[in-house]
Design a protein around this ligand. Structure first.
Ligand SMILES: C[S@@+](CC[C@H](N)C(=O)[O-])C[C@H]1O[C@@H](n2cnc3c(N)ncnc32)[C@H](O)[C@@H]1O
Length: 258
């Protein structure tokens, strides 16, 4: 684990440690595996987001990059896929191992995945809510495309709309506090009626220091650059409908029609 983190900047380390703390201490929230309705619906959410059928997806190989607590890996296992789950830190990896014992869980940096996985390719490359938290989302996207073969599909959720100034100010302020104190401040602000939502969700958006907002024209350009057909779908359950939920497939003969 230490080696993965050696090359990271202070800001990147803070973001990674924040996620490690969040998944180790605040893993209970709406839309996570602690909620029965998530467990029963996540397989359908995946089919809708990818716009594929249950028959098509069965037995596909999937890599869930930046798996967090494994809520998507769980859904892919339910759909009969062979799942590899990857995260950069220990907290999320341990939680995913507990939540999804069927998945092959690997602690690795998405920028180094090709080496870590011996150049392995996957039918579905799933990366939900991750690349905007890295130092270089474009390079992260490029790294993900190296996990694709000719018929693979890739799916991303990325921040796109501009968050409110007060959110950005609060992030800047919280970085001066320890990870535990950030949690206590968020809890206090919820109690005082100043913030609304679960501690998990608010910690995710306020404690992490790297939060790129990627415009749709930029994302479309990246897809073009890698010869990927761009298909956007906004799920009904999400509260982030102004962000981007996008699937790409290679534009070439024999590629899957999605
Ligand atoms: C917002 S969470 C999303 C988790 C999960 N995809 C989900 O939807 O529940 C982002 C996750 O990406 C992981 N992550 C951030 N940078 C990463 C990197 N360079 N390589 C691998 N994982 C990374 C974090 O540790 C964190 O668990």
């Amino acid at each position: 684990m230490k080696n993965i983190l050696l090359s990271k900047s202070k800001e990147e380390l803070d973001t990674i440690n924040s996620f490690n703390y969040q998944w180790s201490h605040l893993s209970d929230s709406k839309y996570l595996l602690t909620e029965e309705s998530w467990k029963s619906s996540v397989d359908q959410y995946i089919l809708d987001e990818l716009s594929v059928t249950r028959e098509w997806i069965r037995n596909k190989t999937v890599i869930d990059v930046g798996c967090g607590g494994g809520r998507w890996s769980y859904g892919f296992v339910k759909l009969g896929c062979k799942v590899t789950s990857v995260d950069i830190s220990e907290g999320p990896c341990e939680l995913t191992k507990r939540n999804v014992p069927q998945a092959d869980v690997i602690a690795a940096d998405l920028f180094e995945l090709q080496q870590a996985l011996d150049n392995k390719k996957f039918d579905i490359v799933w990366c939900w809510g991750v690349i905007h938290h890295t130092s270089n989302p474009h390079r992260a996207f490029e790294a993900l495309t190296t996990l694709m073969h000719q018929n693979s599909i890739i799916h991303l959720y990325v921040y796109s709309f501009k968050r409110a100034i007060k959110v950005k100010r609060l992030r800047k302020l919280l970085k001066f506090f320890s990870l535990k104190n950030r949690e206590l401040i968020i809890r206090f602000l919820i109690k005082a009626g100043i913030l609304h939502g679960s501690v998990h969700e608010l910690y995710d958006s306020l404690s992490t220091q790297i939060n790129h907002e990627i415009g749709e024209s930029v994302l479309k350009k990246w897809f073009e650059e890698y010869n990927l057909k761009y298909q956007r779908y906004t799920p009904q359950w999400t509260r982030h409908s102004r962000d981007l939920f996008v699937t790409g497939s290679k534009i070439s003969e024999g590629a899957n029609k999605i």
